[in-house]
Design a protein. Structure first.
Length: 335
């Protein structure tokens, strides 16, 4: 099955810089010790990524594979199982395989009950595939919410460490937030943190069925689609459009301004409710770095009056915060 991935060219090992971004420096100091054999998989709307923490405490390279949007539920379970077995260290020379697989998912995930309640951005309908995956792989499988996994990385070893009121915002195909309030992670039975579906006044229909959601303006696909409408150039990454905005492209500038202004609106609503002190940004859009941070910070500062003005940073984990947090979650479970 590994060969099948190779033949299809679907799986590409992560490059060195990605591995560098998820180095164990933070895990190394985290509560003192490694625990062996934990794998983490981050399932997005368009691709799947994974790493394994080996028995020796070595983190594998990040592997990734695109997901065919036409895949049905049964094939999807097989695809995830095949992908897991492809991961470096899955079967180490000593014959070990991970004892625990943590799968991070977008959507409504109730971690306490271990239930996927629903997801607007996933290409299958069977929500009960985790037991099947566990059976196929013969390992314990645990699901977690992708953004709350990223939040865990920030709380344990990142910008939100020691923070009482913080938000970790992931911006990619969807937009979601992990929330810390009074020093505790807010779960809301899986429903907390859906800032991507705050109405920011857009006239477009969202993947959730509502009109006007933040995701229709500021998600990666929304930015790409809006730029294509203005220029006829389809399929560009949002980070490329940010670069073009910087270089003086008028359409790119307008699209990027709409996106960052709408994000500021979403954050303003969250900060007003929660008294947020720190915001950390991850996901594909966070790779835009200062091009995202500066206009967003300025727009948010303009929109706040008597409120606390939060400090905003780009996550040190870039778009790998979820994988990092999922490994940490596995470590916590094995304590
Ligand atoms: Zn929506």
């Amino acid at each position: 099955m590994v060969q099948r991935f190779y033949r299809r060219g679907a799986v590409m090992p992560g490059n060195k810089s990605e591995v560098g971004a998820i180095k164990l420096s933070a895990l190394d100091t985290w509560r003192g010790a490694y625990h062996p054999d934990i794998a983490a998989i981050d399932i997005g709307a368009t691709n799947i990524r994974g790493v394994v923490l080996s028995k020796e405490g070595k983190l594998s390279q990040v592997a990734r594979s695109p997901i065919d949007s036409g895949v049905d539920s049964a094939d999807f379970v097989k695809l995830v199982a095949d992908f897991a077995q492809y991961l470096e260290h899955w079967n180490s020379p000593g014959g070990h395989q991970p004892s625990l697989l943590v799968v991070a998912l977008p959507g409504i995930v109730d971690e306490k009950r271990q239930e996927l309640i629903g997801s607007a951005n996933l290409p299958w309908s069977d929500l009960n595939w985790v037991p099947k995956l566990s059976q196929l792989l013969m390992v314990q499988v645990r699901i977690t919410h992708d953004v709350r996994a990223a939040l865990r990385a920030e709380v344990e070893t990142g910008f939100l460490n020691g923070c009482s009121q913080g938000i970790a915002v992931s911006i990619g195909t969807g937009i979601g937030a992990g929330i810390v309030t009074d020093g505790r992670v807010l779960f809301g039975e899986g429903y907390a943190g859906e800032i991507g579906h705050i109405n920011v006044g857009s006239d477009r229909e969202c993947s959730c069925g509502a009109i006007g959601c933040l995701e229709t303006v500021s998600s990666g696909p929304a930015i790409s689609a809006r730029y294509a409408e203005g220029t006829g150039k389809a399929g560009l990454e949002a980070t490329e459009i940010a670069k073009r905005a910087d270089a003086g492209d008028c359409v790119a500038s307008e699209v990027w301004k709409q996106a960052t202004d709408a994000l500021a609106l979403g954050l303003q609503a969250s900060c007003s409710v929660l008294g947020t002190e720190r915001v950390v940004l991850s996901g594909g859009l966070a790779l835009a770095g200062q091009r995202l941070l500066e206009p967003l910070t300025q727009a948010l500062e303009r929109s706040l009056s008597f409120h606390k003005v939060p400090e905003i940073r780009i996550s040190k984990y870039g778009d790998l915060a979820t994988l990092h947090g999922a490994i940490l979650e596995g470590l916590l479970l094995n304590q």
